[in-house]
Design a protein around this ligand. Structure first.
Ligand SMILES: NC(=O)c1ccc[n+]([C@@H]2O[C@H](COP(=O)([O-])OP(=O)(O)OC[C@H]3O[C@@H](n4cnc5c(N)ncnc54)[C@H](O)[C@@H]3O)[C@@H](O)[C@H]2O)c1
Length: 342
């Protein structure tokens, strides 16, 4: 393999450190990594993902539902029982092969199975590569909210094979772009003009730095949620819509990024030029900065008040002269005004 086709980013967390390998044709490398360390492997994936690993050790594939329904305690129960029947032990390995749904679920199962089993992520979506597969946040959903039950459990390695993106539906690609656009506001170095491989590796580098400095999101790591407060609210309303109207996570984050920019502008934290930069970055990724026509703005506001990071007040990650920061107690009337202007 050509050396230049691979980029490796280290996530530095002491004894929990690991590498994220970004490149093409990586599946052989995944097998080499696994077979030199583990004797038995459980691969968690989805039937709809047209990619599979050929492993030279004892392995079995376990499929889970194709959407957020996979991130449930019921599926954790089912999969864990199947792992036990397969004879998977603490010194064996779980592989999560898929997008964020699979890596969130697989990571959570790994964190509880035998009180903690090794796992690796083989990310197959752009969003998974630049975000979900890296950083060790794992979770499943409850009826009462998304990602309410979870753990911090770092993978032993992450592989991002860009070939897998060839089969990714266009809206899922845009979803990844939404998260990539976010990184443009977290780092002064632009991603413009870089190859896809370098852009993905750069996003992971930025994320790795935040994770290394604040593994359990006690402070700075929260800035990775830029655009997510409104993004989550829009995404949640989207779940109620017909499938052709649904909006992906990253597309919702894109709207949330522009909203956060406009809110910062309204609060005098940034000038018009910087706000315009928000729009331009989103458009450069082919993303819409406007709210979908079907949203109910009053419900968005209520949802944002309940955001689990808000702690009762309207809290946002906002841009400012010194970059992004968490801003608490934002006036409800200002938020409402911006929502209705959007
Ligand atoms: N843990 C974290 O830090 C973190 C960060 C961001 C998002 N997330 C979570 O990630 C999830 C979203 O992940 P996602 O955007 O990757 O979506 P996803 O995992 O739901 O995948 C999107 C769809 O694409 C399909 N798919 C996956 N790879 C494919 C491929 N290569 N070719 C064709 N189809 C493919 C999947 O089956 C699915 O239907 C959410 O649950 C979110 O909460 C977690």
């Amino acid at each position: 393999m050509n050396q230049q086709e691979v980029s490796t980013v280290d996530v530095s967390l002491g004894e929990r450190s690991y590498s994220v390998v970004v490149g093409r044709n990586l599946f052989l490398e995944v097998d080499r990594y696994i077979s030199s360390r583990y004797e038995k492997v459980a691969v968690i994936t989805q039937a709809e993902i047209p990619w599979s690993l050929r492993l030279s050790v004892d392995s079995e594939v376990f499929t889970v539902p194709k959407d957020e329904r996979a991130k449930s305690l019921r599926v954790v129960d089912e999969i864990s029982s199947k792992l036990a029947l397969f004879g998977l032990k603490r010194n064996h390995l779980i592989v999560a092969l898929g997008g964020g749904v699979v890596t969130d679920l697989g990571g959570f199962v790994a964190s509880t199975y035998y009180r903690g089993t090794d796992y690796i992520n083989v990310a197959t979506t752009l969003l998974g590569m630049v975000d979900a597969a890296v950083g060790g946040k794992t979770a499943v959903n409850l009826k009462q909210g998304k990602n309410l039950v979870g753990s911090f459990w770092q993978p032993k390695a992450v592989f991002c094979d860009l070939n897998t993106l060839e089969t990714l539906p266009e809206n899922q690609r845009r979803s990844g772009y939404g998260e990539m656009a976010k990184y443009s506001f977290l780092s002064p170095n632009t991603l413009e003009g870089l190859t896809l491989l370098d852009q993905v590796a750069r996003c992971i580098e930025i994320k790795a730095e935040y994770v290394a400095n604040d593994e359990r999101e006690g402070g700075r790591r929260a800035l990775l949620n830029y655009g997510h407060t409104l993004g989550h609210a829009v995404e949640a309303q989207g779940f109620e819509r017909a499938s052709d109207e649904q909006i992906t996570h990253g597309e919702a984050v894109a709207v949330g990024i522009y909203f956060a920019g406009k809110l910062a502008f309204k609060m005098g934290r940034i000038d018009e030029l910087r706000l315009d930069e928000h729009r331009k970055v989103l458009h450069s990724y082919g993303l819409d900065h406007r709210l979908p026509v079907w949203v109910d703005r009053d419900s968005l506001l209520e949802y944002m008040k309940r955001d689990k990071k808000s702690m009762g007040t309207l809290t946002f990650v906002l841009d400012g002269r010194d970059g992004l920061e968490v801003v608490r107690d934002v006036e409800e009337s200002t938020v409402k005004e911006v929502l209705y202007e959007l």
